[in-house]
Design a protein. Structure first.
Lengths: 277, 207
């Protein structure tokens, strides 16, 4: 047979490509459930890192340590709940949908140790970057972070995920107020004082993207943070007077509208009495 | 090749004709994945599988491949093997697959794989080609593991993630060599390996 004729070449390449495509499609379908389980486990592991929770079995630890996994809208109102027993979490495609969705349902993971974990997701240099930020009870101070990426440059942009000192720099930083909520840039280029960390040299675009992503997502959660922050931990002296015990009152402080006489921080709180009648 | 020498075909690419230290192929990935032994080990294993099986498949197809598109056919076969390995790693060794990130996919661009198919598999019987592919993979993996051994030991004080340099040594003022975990040091180590090999095998020295 003449293996150099045009017909033979065309037919040969068609058959080869069809066979290879079939093999790959079969492999992809066959391995998908295992891969998805891995990705989910990895996501939960990242959430646990941000919540400073450690454990051998990731799924069991998550079920044990989580207090509530809720969905909130842009105004900070609870609109739904994630199933804890099946370890339901928002994966990256779900997070991506939230960045463009008009009616948002944003996940909030509240842990028993008082840390609230919120996600972020955005575009990096080569692909998506995402992460989880663990906040203390005041919903302002960062307790721990865990970032990850699809394919940032190894040794440069990839450091947002694998450079321990970068993640450590976030600890104790605060989510700001107003136009700039958080910055990832060198100090001279920052507009705020306490709401940012240094960028990684050589990874300018990834770091700018990370700053932008964090800003965007902290913006989404701003109303939730304002409503649910436990301002000082002191019992509010006015509390017995107001008579609205119950759901709206679960968190002390700002959501309340009353000022706490023991705590100077609370003086700044505006009295917006949002408690349901 | 009628008188196919099993031992020679397998061992030649490991020592005398090592793809990295003699042919100087596949340098790129050997700089990137040798920070830790575990990564180097899995990368080496993946390359062994890819070189072995793609050589086998191409050798089986060698009499049917139209000459004008033979490089494309080789590329399709190699790409298929690499994607399969990548998918399997993602399913059963997720953490390693994350550390190796893009480098598993980049096995496609590793000159060793295509080089062996073009130079050996297209002219030899399937079994000989499989052995040649495996041998080249092993030769590549061996250098990777040697480099990774020194880089992890001196750069992080660990082997396979386990601490091997005792804390007492650090208390005396020993510090890990930060340069070891950066790619340039892999190149220098590779240079040393090539130097050692050429000192032993004098016939490799250029006049």
């Amino acid at each position: 047979m003449n293996t150099n004729s045009n017909t033979y070449t065309v037919i040969y390449s068609i058959i080869l490509v069809v066979i290879v495509a079939a093999v790959l499609a079969f492999a992809a379908m066959f391995l998908k459930p295992t891969q998805d389980a891995n990705v989910k486990k990895d996501t939960i592991g990242q959430i646990l890192t941000a919540a400073t929770v450690q454990g051998e079995d990731i799924l069991a630890t998550y079920q044990q340590e989580i207090e509530a996994a809720i969905l909130v809208d842009i105004d900070g109102n609870k609109v739904g709940e994630l199933d804890i027993t099946s370890c339901e979490v928002y994966d990256n495609s779900a997070l991506k949908r939230q960045t463009i969705a008009e009616e948002k349902a944003l996940p909030v993971y509240i842990f028993k140790n008082g840390i609230t974990v919120v996600p972020c997701y955005g575009a990096g240099l080569w692909g998506p970057i995402w992460g989880y930020v663990g906040l203390e009870g005041d919903l302002k101070t960062i307790k721990a972070v865990r970032f990850d990426h699809k394919g940032e440059t190894p040794g440069l942009g990839a450091k947002i995920a694998d450079e321990p000192s970068f993640a450590e720099a976030f600890i104790g930083q605060q989510v700001g107020e107003g136009a700039v909520l958080f910055e990832v840039a060198k100090p001279a280029n920052r507009k705020t004082e306490k709401n940012g960390v240094d960028a990684i040299s050589g990874a300018t675009i990834t770091c700018q993207a990370l700053g932008k992503t964090l800003n965007q997502w902290f913006g989404f959660y701003q109303n939730y943070f304002a409503k649910n922050a436990a301002s000082c931990g002191h019992d509010c002296a006015d509390c017995s007077g107001c008579g609205h015990e119950g759901e709206g009152h679960a968190h002390k402080g700002e959501g309340h509208g009353h000022k706490c006489s023991d705590c100077s921080d609370c003086e700044e709180v505006e009295s917006d009495n949002t408690v349901e009648e | 090749m009628a008188n196919f020498d099993f031992k020679e075909t397998f061992l030649n690419p490991i020592f005398k004709g090592n793809p990295i230290s003699v042919l100087v192929l596949g340098i790129c990935s050997s700089l990137a994945v040798t920070v830790q032994l575990k990564g180097a080990f899995v990368m080496g294993l993946s390359v062994i599988i890819v070189t072995g099986l793609s050589s086998l498949i191409c050798s089986l197809l060698r009499n049917t491949i139209p000459n004008r598109i033979r490089i494309i056919v080789q590329l399709v076969v190699v790409a298929m093997m690499v994607i399969l390995v990548d998918q399997v790693l993602k399913a059963y060794a997720y953490s390693v697959s994350k550390t190796l990130s893009v480098y598993i996919g980049l096995i496609i661009t590793n000159c060793i794989v295509m080089g062996r198919i073009e130079a050996f598999a297209l002219g030899n019987k399937p079994f000989a080609s499989l052995i040649d592919g495996l041998g080249n993979g092993v030769g590549y993996a061996m250098i990777l593991v040697i480099v990774a051994f020194f880089r992890e030991l001196l750069g992080s004080g660990t082997l396979f993630g386990f601490q091997v340099i005792p804390q007492a040594v650090y208390d005396f003022g020993y510090v890990n060599n930060g340069l070891m975990i950066l790619p340039p040091m892999a190149l220098i180590l590779l240079g040393c390996i090539i130097w050692v090999q050429r000192t032993i095998q004098k016939d490799l020295q250029e006049k």
